[in-house]
Design a protein around this ligand. Structure first.
Ligand code: GRF
Length: 232
């Protein structure tokens, strides 16, 4: 299902008001302005799919110069580059995470969507966006966690792998699963060919799942307006 920008706006407003029969109250207004940040480090094809689906991407945050940054700029979306220069054992993960939190703070986003983001972030991002960080992973979690999921699935000789959209937690690739889809491994597959077929599925499954979360996300944890609605 695609959500074009115009349609998204109506969709959100309708969802906000569906139980209130067009009775806007000041307390509900921030939910109408729901928007997301996308975190990326790679070519950005997943980011592009999120933008093309009309999701309300307010900012794209990257940790290096990458294709995703160009895609965001072409779409007129603000880019925050918090550069990771240390990939060694001395990497100050907590300080880096604090910089990411600070870079995003001014955008007022309701949700973070990681789309091929190459840095594992520390506790402060989870405190800033509790239960509101999503990730797409190129394997059927809990199988093949981590950065080399596609190579490992291929090396394991399993007949199928796939992708998983899940809520990111401090423990990597271990959060609650929101959606999964299988992708068969074909005879003679290479890691690149298999990853591209997985990404083709991610480009459909991730936007659809985020749209669903944002809709129900009018009841996201940590949003005081939504928490209030849930208690009504
Ligand atoms: C996706 O397979 C995602 O699951 C993984 O990195 C890839 C990102 O691809 N974490 P792209 O850079 O958006 O093309």
């Amino acid at each position: 299902m695609l959500y074009h920008r115009e349609r998204w706006r109506h969709y959100s407003v309708r969802s906000v008001f569906r139980s209130r029969a067009l009775a806007p109250s000041r307390a509900l207004v921030p939910c109408i302005l729901v928007s997301i940040a996308v975190l990326a480090s790679g070519t950005g094809s997943i980011l592009e799919a999120l933008i093309e689906a009309g999701l309300p991407v307010a900012v794209v945050l990257v940790d290096r110069e990458c294709g995703a940054e160009q895609i965001a700029r072409r779409a007129g979306i603000p880019v925050e580059r918090v550069v990771r220069s240390d990939f060694g054992s001395g990497f100050e993960r907590d300080a880096f995470t604090d910089s990411v939190v600070a870079a995003l703070a001014g955008y007022g986003v309701a949700l973070l969507a990681m789309a091929g983001y190459g840095t594992i972030l520390g506790r402060s991002i989870h405190e800033a966006y509790p239960g509101r960080i999503l990730n797409t992973h190129p394997a059927l979690l809990p199988a093949f966690k981590g950065w080399h999921a596609v190579d490992e699935a291929l090396a394991a000789g399993v007949p199928e792998t796939g992708c998983t959209v899940h809520i990111a937690t401090l423990e990597v690739d271990a959060g609650p699963v929101l959606a999964q889809e299988k992708v068969p491994i074909l005879p003679g597959d290479t890691a690149a060919a298999l990853h591209e077929r997985i990404k083709a599925v991610e480009r459909r499954l991730y936007p659809a799942t985020i749209a669903k979360v944002l809709d129900q996300g009018l009841v996201l944890d940590g949003c005081s307006h939504c928490d209030q609605r849930r208690q009504e």
